[in-house]
Write a protein that binds this ligand. Sequence first.
Ligand code: NZQ
Ligand code: ZN
Length: 392
Amino acid sequence: MSMYNFCFHVPTRIYFGKDEISHLSELAQYGKSVLLVYGGGSIKRNGIYQKAVDILGQAGVAIHELAGVEPNPRIQTVRKGADLCKAEGIDMVLAIGGGSTIDCAKVVAAGAKYDGDPWDLVLDGSKIKEALPIFSVLTLSATGSEMDQFAVISDMTKNEKWGTAADCLKPTMSVLDPTYTFSVSKKQTAAGTADMMSHTFENYFSFTEGADVQKRFAEGLLKTMIKYGPIALNKPDDYDARANLMWAASHAINGLVAAGSQPAWCVHPMEHELSAFYDITHGIGLAILTPVWMEHVLSAETAPYFAEYGRNVWGLEGDIDMEIARTAIAKTRSFFVETMGIPQYLCEVGVTGDEHFEKMAEKAEVGSRGSFVPLTKEDILAIYKDAYRPGE
Ligand code: NZQ
Ligand code: ZN
């Protein structure tokens, strides 16, 4: 199967670099009032909040606030934001934070234009017809939400976490200042690196032939993440490391490596169930599942693809695809565990047993249909069990 037809359209204006937050003054062109959406307070501690408030104030934009967006953002917070936008007639939404804050802001922006419960929009993206203009100042490199059409929202009262998507959820403008990520913790730096790598893997492993541009882009992104992830971990204020991770993360999911070759994703649906039941950090779950998934789907048919990854990303040499593939998978695991310090097993990150695995596997199976190697419920159960702690 050759590269298939696609439409590539990213309308997001990116201002990249130190102090580019000054461009928030341009919001005045889009309206008189903004809903400022942020998380648990990191933006107050590192001074970004005050900068944004000053710039918006000088530009004459009135500010309303939605604070306290949770990591793994909750539908209850989205509802609060959408209600506020409707009640106050707010013109636009500005997220300052990581993927959780941006995702929450996106569904708030769509919910503000929707006559019903925003959870409908999470369950069915085709119901998102319009949204208030969305802006973001990114403070954590990971999800790519700053330049994509996706948003992932949870209802923990039902153990549900689902992604939705719509073209109008692509931000109008995003500010990417790498210095804003200097204060990201080691754990979140590692998780973010794993997340952006997983986005690249989900797009990269595909049976589509002739999509060389996408493959080489993906390999370049992976090499960049593998080079700079450890540098950012050990020297949090290394500008080049933070800048490269930031720009690589945006491109891993904005369509550049997906368009024309993309299969359905399968590790993400498995991880979303982990977060839905155990509220674990997205990137940590992905790092634990990814090598187990790779081992599970490794076969005579897939070995050439994992070997291509090993040769082009890890510089491995040799003629036997299966051997190169196995070494590439081992390198991937050791990168996450030894280099980035991420636990290897689910039992180390708050997964307390296997009592929910059946239900989780059932739900994840639906999400992974059409993936590189389609997974049955039994496959997914086996992956969860191996990832939990082999032999126990
Ligand atoms: O809430 P605050 O106080 O801001 O603290 C956050 C949070 O505790 C902190 N943080 C962010 N920037 C910081 C910082 N701490 C210090 N300095 C900074 N500069 O980091 C913690 C985690 O933040 P969060 O936004 O949750 O992380 P991330 O960006 O990894 O987002 C994860 C969410 O995005 C979803 C995930 O499922 C998860 O819900 N995803 C969104 C996608 C998308 N929109 O395309 C795709 C992804 O695959 C993913 O599913
Ligand atoms: Zn992800």
